[in-house]
Design a protein around this ligand. Structure first.
Ligand code: SAM
Length: 241
């Protein structure tokens, strides 16, 4: 009973500290931090579902925009022994915290190279690795449309054919910006919506609302097709009927 209370207290204390850290980073740079609190457990679960569905086989997973590790904590216990997780965040204070999480997580004891933390912008991640699942926590609706296009096309390139990208967007932000922000800001947000819409129309396999998060969020799952688009539109001559 005492032990349980102590571990519950530890979790609460950690969440409290991470909540403050998030708030502080949001005050420093709201555009890049993109939220004033980490994702809750229901959102973390919806974002990591594809890993659960793929089961215990070895997977290559990328988490972009990991923040204080709310989603990372849902990913780590699912890593089978042959799996690899690359974690990326642009903010050095968040990556310091993520390195500590990786170094002390009991599931990773004795597996030092299974998880790597990279402090960089995802657009600049230099890797030849391809992934089965990419989990994105980036605040895409805060970015310029051309930056969102760059990031989305890079995600698609980083996925294995058949691989899945998951990401979230808070509900109601487009309407809120249309009402409350400047015209230029509302136009920028609408243009980002168009970029995202074009990816959703081509690749989406599902979209869910997670109400048990503050604020509630849409979670999208997109899949890179098994054949490239070019191949689908112009199949090799031998493959035509
Ligand atoms: C909304 S927070 C999400 C944090 C965490 N995934 C969660 O759900 O609680 C967005 C995170 O993305 C990071 N970020 C923003 N732009 C980035 C970029 N271009 N490349 C890598 N990380 C970025 C921020 O530093 C921040 O940690």
């Amino acid at each position: 009973m005492n032990d349980r209370t102590t571990s519950h207290d530890r979790v609460l204390a950690r969440r409290h500290a991470e909540g403050w850290m998030f708030l502080l980073e949001a005050a420093r740079d709201q555009r890049t931090t993109g939220a004033i609190a980490p994702s809750g457990p229901a959102l973390a679960r919806a974002l990591t579902d594809p890993v659960r569905v793929l089961g215990p086989r070895p997977l290559a997973i990328l988490e972009a925009g990991a923040g204080t590790g709310a989603v990372t904590r849902a990913l780590i216990p699912q890593l089978s022994s042959g799996s690899r997780l690359d974690i990326v965040d642009a903010n050095p204070r968040f990556t310091a915290r993520l390195r500590h999480l990786v170094a002390t997580h009991p599931h990773l004891a004795g597996r030092p190279r299974q998880v790597r933390v990279h402090q960089t912008f995802i657009e600049q991640l230099d890797t030849a690795q391809r992934y089965d699942v990419i989990v994105s926590g980036l605040p895409l609706t805060n970015f310029a449309p051309h930056q969102v296009e760059t990031i989305m096309s890079r995600y698609m390139e980083l996925l294995h054919p058949g691989g899945t990208l998951t990401y979230f967007a808070y509900r109601g932000t487009l309407k809120a910006r249309a009402l409350l922000a400047s015209r230029a800001e509302a136009r920028r947000h609408a243009a980002v919506g168009e970029v995202m819409g074009s990816y959703q129309r081509r690749y989406a396999t599902g979209c869910w609302t997670v109400w048990a998060n503050l604020p509630p969020a849409h979670v999208w799952h997109l899949r890179r097709p098994l054949a490239s688009h070019r191949e689908q539109e112009h199949p090799p001559t031998g493959a035509r009927r």
